[in-house]
Design a protein around this ligand. Structure first.
Ligand code: ARG
Length: 274
């Protein structure tokens, strides 16, 4: 930590992850996916285990969802639902290739005591497009989740939902461009948002960590924070320094194989908020 920076306090978290034993890139539904580029599934599993062990070492509880044959993107467990205050808003995937994942997530939540599970009518990709910060649900739209789902989520969760328009196809989910760092603030790259949504973010989070395009392109904003330790893709070296300057403890992890599907740390982790 740098001199003068604030000391941050970690809070133990509960997460849900799904191992990439079935991970491949056999269709392309975002600009990062290239079906001609081979995937090393074994390496993906090894990197994923490193991420899981990092979270456990930091004192967090990690639950595991079993992977299912024919659902290669299931490793991106963040997309299966969004939770806050013990309420669960289920996912409804935009693309046919991922649609069946939603029921597996739902079964997991119901089997683990999350009885207040809302089956959505509207298209939404769970924590891919929903984040929680400062008592608010921040919600992305423009590529996957629809605005109608934002209103539906507010009714399901009882928290104010703030709609933010994503405009850059490389950052097709909110969690590729914005992340909660703690209960008060977020980090984001403004260029991924419409000018009006940038103004909304500036109003709500005047102290936000403003990342740049290189941080976002390195999937640095696809991070998971416990309010002190910030677990992020090791390629995002620029963001590491910015986090440290604010008193966070960056914890870089190597996750390059999962980038071939268009995801990194956050995509692999759903946070369970009771
Ligand atoms: N291949 C997946 C898709 O395009 C990647 C999902 C990444 N997940 C995320 N939370 N951003 O749907």
């Amino acid at each position: 930590m740098l001199a003068g920076a604030k000391t941050r306090t970690a809070r133990a978290r509960e997460y849900l992850m799904c191992p990439p034993e079935r991970f491949t890139v056999e269709y392309a539904i975002n600009p990062w996916m290239d079906t001609d580029r081979p995937v090393d599934t074994e390496l993906a599993v090894k990197q994923w285990r490193g991420l899981r062990e990092t979270l456990v070492r930091l004192g967090h509880t990690v639950h595991t969802l079993d992977p299912v044959a024919g659902l290669p993107d299931m490793v991106y467990a963040a997309n299966g639902a969004f939770t806050v205050d013990g309420h669960v808003y289920g996912a409804r995937f935009r693309y046919e290739q991922r649609r069946a994942e939603a029921a597996h997530h739902r079964a997991w939540y119901l089997a683990h005591g999350w009885s207040d599970f809302h089956i959505p009518e509207h298209t939404n990709e769970g924590e891919g497009d929903f984040a929680y910060a400062n008592g608010l649900v921040l919600a992305g739209y423009g590529f996957r989740t629809t605005v109608a789902a934002h209103a539906e989520a507010q009714e399901a969760l009882g928290r104010p939902v703030i709609s933010l328009r994503l405009v850059d196809p490389r950052f097709y989910h909110l969690d590729t461009a914005l992340a909660a760092l703690d209960d008060e603030t977020v980090a984001y790259w403004p260029g991924a948002f419409s000018p009006a949504s940038q103004r909304v973010l500036a109003q709500l989070f005047p102290d936000a960590l403003i990342a740049d395009e290189a941080d976002a392109l390195a999937f640095g904003l696809n991070l998971v924070s416990d309010s002190r330790h910030v677990v992020l893709n090791s390629a995002a070296s620029g963001l590491v320094g910015k986090l440290a300057a604010r008193g966070y403890e960056p914890v870089p992890v190597e996750l390059a194989e999962l980038l071939k599907g268009g995801g990194s740390v956050k995509c692999c982790i759903a946070e369970l908020r009771r």
